[in-house]
Design a protein around this ligand. Structure first.
Ligand code: SF4
Length: 495
């Protein structure tokens, strides 16, 4: 289907495409009049003093419909932000118009299509708003459901204890380390990940280059008086490295980055088939405080279908080893909406996980990313309907509650099979600080290694400058000197 989305302000049309996709996920959206399609949407923003208005109009053969939403800048928060309020009103008009026209249920997030919705709540809390008023504002200004407004506000309030002040943001940074190797590639994966078997000759030179980057950034940060608050070793699957290599990597991290200010080191042991007692014990010795063992599902058929070469038994064994090694914070990741799964399958997974008693549960809503195998071979995978995925997310929320956990971070993604969210749950005292800093973007996070992203954050303004390492290990190894020099430069110049 082709849809024309037209406006005399191109930027407005670009922004509003996301709202159209909520109703027509597979449509081709054109931003100019080609006269080739039946469904045409005209959008416009107006302002007359403090009075602002968003308009959306629909034409389809003989059908015409119009929706307008008005507002008064003087009664709105951040009243100097005219442009954003205008965009919001146009989105609201379009959302309401398409809800009526298509008869589809309005999604619980309303017009919020951004990745980090908690940021809106933090901005309002910074401006002195109270939680009740924030929830009221969210439901009215974004057509968000009351449930999601409460979830968002509660999650943001919990994060306030972890978010940095302007002064702290000048002193503390976090580090992400990307190991871009895995045993096999999962069907839904869009991360930088290469088969360790096929890349055997690259692993050692990659680790050498990475050690150089860790030392270079550690030195530069030290010279600037910056301390590392948290380290997250992810990927890929870091535990795919053999015990000696993994231990060497952790030693370099300790020597170059860790100080008395470091309160958390996470090690992704995502694929249970890569976990051994020796690796876990050496991680504990090297000061790792949190480990992540990720079943995604406990159904053997689904595990095979999505290309994870491990069994539910291996998940149980890896978890037991992590406890025995001494880990006090263990995370488990699950995905709701995996191909062919029903809510009953997810319930089975959750019941199995409950027995382990992890401290963290991270629940992702399945997203079909462009670079994934699922996207390339869509016909081979049966994707769960949105209503079923919604049920699964509710089951996960209930299970987390029963395990004594509450949401502590939340984000959304493009191309989710249902426009819902990803949520990290934690027991009290077990929130992953790195996850909060990374999603809320109030701390500089430097990414080292394959495909790792860095976010340089201006303290106080929270202005962001992002930078990405090459995904391909070969390019990373060849360009390592240039990569280190550029990153040190960015770190020194960003404020
Ligand atoms: S374990 Fe993670 S990084 Fe590795 S292939 Fe699977 S989804 Fe990708």
């Amino acid at each position: 289907m082709i849809i024309e989305l037209l406006s005399n302000q191109k930027e407005l049309a670009v922004t509003c495409q996301d709202v159209v996709r909520l109703f027509y996920p597979d449509a081709e959206i054109r931003l100019e009049n080609t006269g080739e399609c039946k469904l045409t949407l005209h959008i416009a923003a107006d302002a007359d003093g403090p009075a602002i208005k968003g308009t959306a109009q629909l034409k389809n053969d003989g059908t015409m419909a119009l929706e307008q939403v008005s507002g008064d800048l003087e009664t709105l928060p951040f009243s100097d932000d005219l442009r954003n309020h205008q965009k919001r009103l146009v989105k609201l008009a379009l959302f309401r118009l398409l809800t009526k026209y298509t008869g589809l249920p309005a999604g619980p997030w309303g017009i919020l299509t951004g990745i980090r919705p908690t940021k809106i709540v933090h901005r309002l809390l910074d401006a002195g708003w109270l939680p009740d008023s924030i929830q009221q504002y969210l439901t009215g200004a974004y057509d968000m459901s009351a449930d999601k407004a409460v979830l968002l506000t509660d999650t943001a309030l919990r994060q306030r204890a972890v978010l940095l002040t302007e002064k702290e943001a000048r002193e503390l940074i976090s580090i992400y380390i990307g190991i871009p190797f895995c045993p096999t590639r999962c069907a839904y994966c869009s991360f930088p990940s290469y088969s360790v078997e096929n890349s055997a000759g690259l692993v050692e030179p990659f680790l050498e280059a990475l050690a150089g980057e860790i030392r270079g950034i550690g030195r530069a940060a030290g010279e600037m008086g910056l301390k590392v608050q948290t380290v997250y070793v992810g990927g890929g699957t870091p535990t795919v490295l053999d015990s000696e290599k993994m231990c060497r990597l952790l030693e370099v991290i300790n020597d170059s980055l860790v100080s008395e200010a470091t309160v958390e080191i996470t090690l992704e042991a995502g694929r249970p088939d890569t976990v051994t007692m020796e690796k876990l014990e050496s991680a504990i010795k090297q000061g790792v405080t949190r480990v992540s063992i990720n079943p995604q599902t406990m159904n053997p058929g689904t595990l095979e279908l999505i290309g994870r070469r491990h069994s539910p038994h291996q998940v149980a064994d890896a978890f037991a080893m992590a406890r025995q090694a001494g880990f006090k914070t263990i995370n488990m990741d699950v995905i709701v909406g995996l191909p062919g799964e029903t809510a009953a399958d997810v319930q089975k997974t959750l019941s199995a996980i409950t027995v382990f008693e992890p401290e963290n549960l991270t629940v992702h809503t399945m997203a079909v990313k462009r670079a994934s195998r699922i996207n390339e071979a869509k016909d081979n995978f049966e994707i769960s309907p949105a209503r079923e995925v919604d049920k699964m997310l509710h089951l996960a929320h209930e299970a987390a509650g029963k395990m004594g956990m509450r949401p502590y971070y939340l984000y959304r993604q493009k191309n989710m099979v249902s426009p819902l969210e990803n949520i990290g749950y934690a027991r009290n005292g077990h929130d992953c600080i790195y996850n909060v800093q990374m999603i809320e973007e109030r701390q500089t996070v430097i990414g080292l290694g394959g495909g790792a992203g860095s976010k340089f954050v201006g303290p106080g303004t929270w202005h962001l400058n992002s930078h990405y390492n090459p995904k391909d290990p070969d390019t990373y190894i060849r360009r390592i000197d240039e990569i280190i020099a550029l990153k040190v430069d960015k770190l020194r110049s960003f404020d």
